[in-house]
Design a protein around this ligand. Structure first.
Ligand SMILES: Nc1nc2c(ncn2[C@@H]2O[C@H](COP(=O)(O)OP(=O)(O)OP(=O)(O)O)[C@@H](O)[C@H]2O)c(=O)[nH]1
Length: 549
C-alpha cells in the first residue's frame, strides 16, 4: 500500500450537534476536508477533485484566519502549498506529501475536539438541537449543565418565562427540562407546558424538575402534558441522558441490514431498490458461492434467499448457513414462485427458513416480513449478547467482536487498539454507599463510554466493574490519548448518593494489534497486563502495553 493510500487514523466523526462556535467552524471544516480527502484518495485523484479539495481548504483558511485559530491555519496553509504543487502533476511523491499534511490536520482536529468543551459532542447520542434548562436556581442549573457537558451535551440555561418563550420561538430544543414552579407560583411551569400543548406548540419532549413541595397533583398535571420523566430535588445526569437517548434516538427500528441472494439480476435489482426505499441497508449477490464470505463481511440482520438457483436450492444453502454456530439463529426468508403451501412448508422445514414469500413479490409484504422477522431476531440477539445492567455487549460477545475486528484488520492492515478499564476501589464504593449506588456508577461509566466513543468502537462490559473497548482504525498513541481524555472527564463527574456526591476513577490498560497477535484472547491478555500495570502505578491512569511487562 502506498503512503497516500494509508487511511487517516481516527478522524473524529462529524457530529450533528457541533455549535457554530469559532473553534468548531474550523474543526467542522477540517473534518469536511479530511473526509473529502479520504473519498478522493479511495476513488483516485484527478485535477477536478483536487480543485474541490482546494476550495474546502480555502474555506478552512478563511475560518482559521477569522477566528485566529493558528493551529488550523498553519496546516491549512501547508496543504494549500502542496495542492498548488499537485496542480503541475499528480505524481505519487506529491500525493504522499498531501497525505502527510492531511494527517497533520487530523491530529489537530482530534486535539481540538479533545480540548474544547464546546466541541464535546456525543457521537452516539446525536442531538441536533440544544437542551434547554428552564430552572430559576441558576447555580443549580449551571452545575447540571456542567455535568451534562462531561457527557458532551450542550445546554442552554433559561431562568425566566420570557427568555424561555423567546428561545422556543426561534429553536425548539431537543428536550426541555423545566422546573414545576418555573413562573413563580405552584405548578406554573407545568401549566405553561400544558398551555403549549393546548396550542399545539409542544413538538419536543419535556421533563419536569420539582425543587420544592411536590404533590401528587403536580405529578398528575405533569403526566397529562405527555411528559415521561419527573425529577424531585435533583436530576441524575445518567437517568436524564438515558431519557434523552430514548426520546431522540436516531436509530430507526427498521434500519435492518439485509443480505439478498437471487440469481436473477433483475429480481435482485428490484429487491435492492425496494429495501433501500424502506431505508434498509441491502447487499445483493447473485452468486450462491459467495454467500458465506458475504455473511462474514456484511454481517446482516437477515438473509433473503431465492429458492431455486442453478447449482443449488435456497433450502440447501440455508442448511449450510445454519451449520455455522454464529449464524444458527439468523432469520432466513425464502423467495419462490412456488405457491403450493405444502411444498413451501416442506422447503422451510428442510432448510430451517423462517418465512416464505411468493413471487411476484409484493414490496409491501417483503418489507413487513423483514421488519417482523428482523425485530424479533434483534430482541432475541440483544438478550444473548448484551449485559442487562448496562446494555453493553457482554464478555463473550465483546471477545467475538474483538476477534472480528482482528480478522478485518489483519486483512486491511489498519491499526487496531483494545482497552480494558476497571473502576478503582469499587469495593469501597459498594461498602460505603451500597450496591445499588455501585450499580449506578457502573451504568454511568457505560453511558459515558457510549457518549464519548465513536459509533464504530465496540464497548463491552467484561465483568463486574470491568469494561472493554475495541477501537478499530486507531493507533496505540491515539487510543492512549482518547482514553486519557475520557478518564480526565469521567473523574469529574459527580456521582450522587442521596445528599452526598463523590467521584470515581478508573484504571485502563491498552494493547495494540501487532503481527504476532492472532486472536482476541492474546490481545486481551496484553491489555490486561497493561491494566495491571496501571493499577500498580497507583490507579487513575492509562497504561499502554509496551512488551516489557
Ligand atoms: N454494585 C455492583 N458491584 C459489583 C458488581 N460486580 C462486581 N461488583 C463488586 O465490585 C467489587 C470489585 O472489587 P475488587 O475486585 O476487590 O476491586 P476494587 O475494589 O475495584 O479495587 P481495585 O480494582 O484494585 O482498584 C467487588 O466488591 C464486587 O462485589 C455489580 O454488578 N454491581
Amino acid at each position: 500500500m502506498t503512503d497516500s493510500n494509508t487511511p487517516i487514523e481516527n478522524t473524529p466523526p462529524t457530529q450533528a450537534s457541533d455549535q457554530n462556535t469559532p473553534i468548531s467552524k474550523a474543526t467542522t471544516q477540517s473534518r469536511r476536508l479530511i473526509s473529502t480527502w479520504q473519498a478522493f484518495n479511495k476513488a483516485g485523484w484527478t485535477q477536478e477533485n483536487l480543485k474541490q479539495l482546494q476550495l474546502i481548504n480555502q474555506r478552512l483558511i478563511g475560518y482559521s484566519e477569522r477566528y485566529q485559530d493558528e493551529d488550523h491555519l498553519t496546516v491549512a496553509q501547508a496543504i494549500e502549498q502542496v495542492i498548488a504543487q499537485c496542480q503541475d502533476s499528480l505524481e505519487k511523491s506529491k500525493l504522499d506529501l498531501l497525505t502527510q499534511r492531511v494527517r497533520d490536520l487530523a491530529k489537530i482536529t482530534l486535539r481540538k475536539s479533545d480540548k474544547s468543551q464546546q466541541e464535546e459532542t456525543p457521537p452516539q447520542l446525536k442531538l441536533r438541537k440544544p437542551i434547554y434548562l428552564a430552572i430559576t436556581d441558576t447555580t443549580y442549573a449551571a452545575k447540571l449543565a456542567k455535568q451534562l457537558s462531561y457527557f458532551g451535551l450542550q445546554c442552554k440555561q433559561l431562568s425566566t418565562k420570557d427568555e424561555l418563550e423567546q428561545h422556543l420561538r426561534i429553536t425548539p430544543p431537543s428536550i426541555l427540562l423545566i422546573e414545576t414552579n418555573f413562573c413563580g407560583t405552584q405548578d406554573s411551569g407545568v401549566e405553561l407546558i400544558q398551555q403549549l400543548k393546548d396550542e399545539s406548540r409542544l413538538d419536543f419532549p419535556v421533563s419536569f424538575l420539582s425543587l420544592g413541595n411536590c404533590t401528587l397533583e403536580t405529578r398528575l398535571k405533569a403526566i397529562r402534558t405527555g411528559s415521561k420523566s419527573f425529577y424531585v430535588e435533583s436530576v441524575d445526569p445518567g437517568r436524564f441522558i438515558e431519557s434523552i437517548d430514548v426520546e431522540n434516538s436516531d436509530v430507526l427500528d427498521n434500519d435492518y441490514r439485509v443480505l439478498v441472494l437471487d440469481d436473477s439480476r433483475s429480481q435482485a435489482h428490484f429487491i435492492d431498490t425496494t429495501l433501500k426505499k424502506a431505508k434498509m441497508t441491502a447487499k445483493v449477490i447473485t452468486d450462491p458461492l459467495l454467500i458465506l464470505d458475504t455473511l462474514e463481511e456484511f454481517q446482516p440482520d437477515l438473509v433473503v434467499l431465492d429458492m431455486y438457483m442453478p447449482g443449488c436450492t435456497g433450502s440447501e444453502l440455508a442448511h449450510i448457513i445454519r451449520q455455522h454456530e454464529k449464524w444458527v439463529s439468523m432469520p432466513i426468508v425464502f423467495l419462490s414462485a412456488e405457491d403450493d403451501i405444502n411444498k413451501q412448508l416442506q422447503a422451510m422445514s428442510l432448510g430451517g427458513g423462517d418465512d416464505f414469500l411468493t413471487k411476484p413479490i409484493n414490496p409491501d409484504h417483503l418489507i413487513r416480513t423483514i421488519r417482523n422477522r428482523g425485530s424479533r431476531a434483534k430482541s432475541l440477539l440483544a438478550l444473548m449478547v448484551r449485559d442487562s445492567l448496562t446494555g453493553l455487549y457482554n464478555h463473550t460477545h465483546s471477545l467475538h467482536k474483538l476477534d472480528n475486528a482482528i480478522q478485518h484488520n489483519l486483512r486491511d492492515k489498519t491499526p487496531l487498539s483494545f482497552a480494558m478499564l476497571d473502576i478503582d476501589h469499587f469495593k469501597k464504593v459498594n461498602d460505603t454507599y451500597g450496591h445499588p449506588i455501585g450499580d449506578k456508577v457502573i451504568k454511568s461509566l457505560a453511558l459515558f463510554l457510549k457518549q464519548r466513543l465513536r459509533k464504530t468502537d465496540v464497548i463491552g462490559r467484561y465483568g463486574g466493574e470491568e469494561f472493554a473497548v475495541v477501537l478499530p482504525n486507531t493507533s496505540a498513541t491515539d487510543a492512549v490519548m482518547i482514553l486519557n481524555e475520557i478518564l480526565s472527564k469521567f473523574r469529574n463527574i459527580a456521582q450522587s448518593a442521596g445528599e452526598k456526591d463523590f467521584n470515581v476513577t478508573f484504571s485502563c490498560g491498552i494493547a495494540a494489534l501487532a503481527p504476532e497477535i492472532k486472536d482476541a484472547s492474546a490481545l486481551s491478555e496484553l491489555a490486561d497486563k497493561a491494566l495491571y500495570e496501571a493499577k500498580r502505578a497507583g490507579r487513575n491512569c492509562v497504561r499502554l502495553y509496551s512488551g516489557t511487562e
